[in-house]
Design a protein around this ligand. Sequence first.
Ligand code: ADP
Ligand code: ASP
Ligand code: MG
Length: 404
Amino acid sequence: MKIVVLKFGGTSVGTTDKIKNVANIVHDYIKKKYKAIVVSSAMSGVTNKLINKSKEISNNFSNSEYDVLVSSGEQVACSLIAGRLIHKGLKSRSWLAWQIPILTNGPFKYSRINKINKKKILNYLKGGGIPIITGFQGLNEDLRITTLGRGGSDASAIMLAKFFNAEKCVIYTDVQGVYTTDPNKLIKAKKIKTISYEEMLEMASLGAKVMQPISIQDARLNRVDIEVKSSFLKKKGTLITKRSNITSNKIITGITSTQNDAKVTLVGVKDKPGVAASIFKPLSKNLINVDMVVQNISANGNETDLTFTVKSEDLNRTKKIILENKKIKFRNLLFDKNVSKISIIGVGMVTTPGVTFRMFQSLANKKINIQVISTSEIKISVLIDKKNVNKALKILHKEFTLDK
Ligand code: ADP
Ligand code: ASP
Ligand code: MG
């Protein structure tokens, strides 16, 4: 069987007209003798509305009920796609994750797929059916509905491609592929032909919303090649694949920026061993992810200022935990939400000296101040004032010749 997994994001199923278009895309694969497994997200905006409703009910809404609630948008989209295929004379039906089932482990809200029962879907495919499967949803061992984190239908598609040994896994979205930077933020952004899992993982984790970061980990571990393309235009997309399949001589592959980071500074902390650990331990215990960190020794050598970033949504909890922490003393506590993390990503930087200098110099030339820095083998991130984001994206895109 020539199986293809086709995933449609919220933007691709945002209206009934768009759903009719999706049915046409699926039909094209059927005409080419493919067996199509279709995965859909909820119509765009629906998941956000459901999350807001949960917040109106309680500021501490139950996690298990959250998953039942927010995964319901996928059911609507899937039945509409199946309905349209049936209307076109094709055999199709919706499959909710529990009906297959798609089994997950891990906590509610952030579960991971560990097994997919293939039998029913295989039989259905053999009988000429087109299954339309709810993305984002799973079932845990207590038979409770789970979800896979925001953007999680990407992970559903990749794991279906793995379990069904699909020839292709195509992620249909509202842009033509993965770009050098968000094409909705920088007009000069260019479509990338092929990108490695490692670079895509960094880009996705650092703000490129086009793919869910965890889904890229799943793809890398299971060697699933992914094509990202537009559901509106018939154009070649981007291939996400292993590094050895790529021949690019670019030093930097992409640039990302974030909107949801917040900076925390503890001014005048006693500079002695164990202080940083005392600050970060309760944060990690409460599952607050500390990202960038910088520590300055003060002039008198007895005190230090410690700055770090957390996600904006964790800022209030961070504040509370620090203020309640009896083990640390400091003179002042400062918060700043007007920051953004700009990152340059590329496997080429491993073998090219001077990339850091070029990044810092180009920002300096535009008088953009760097507040915090963090690096890994294939990325450099800097924290800057939010108001300078567009300027920074533009200048770095040019500096690393991504405009060409
Ligand atoms: P879907 O509804 O298909 O899941 P998403 O909204 O999750 O779509 O992702 C698509 C969006 O990702 C695009 O509209 C684009 O604005 C954004 N995006 C951010 N960074 C990039 C990038 N580097 N390349 C392409 N798109 C990006
Ligand atoms: N509908 C879910 C969300 O908005 C899953 C997805 O879009 O992939 O996060
Ligand atoms: Mg998405």
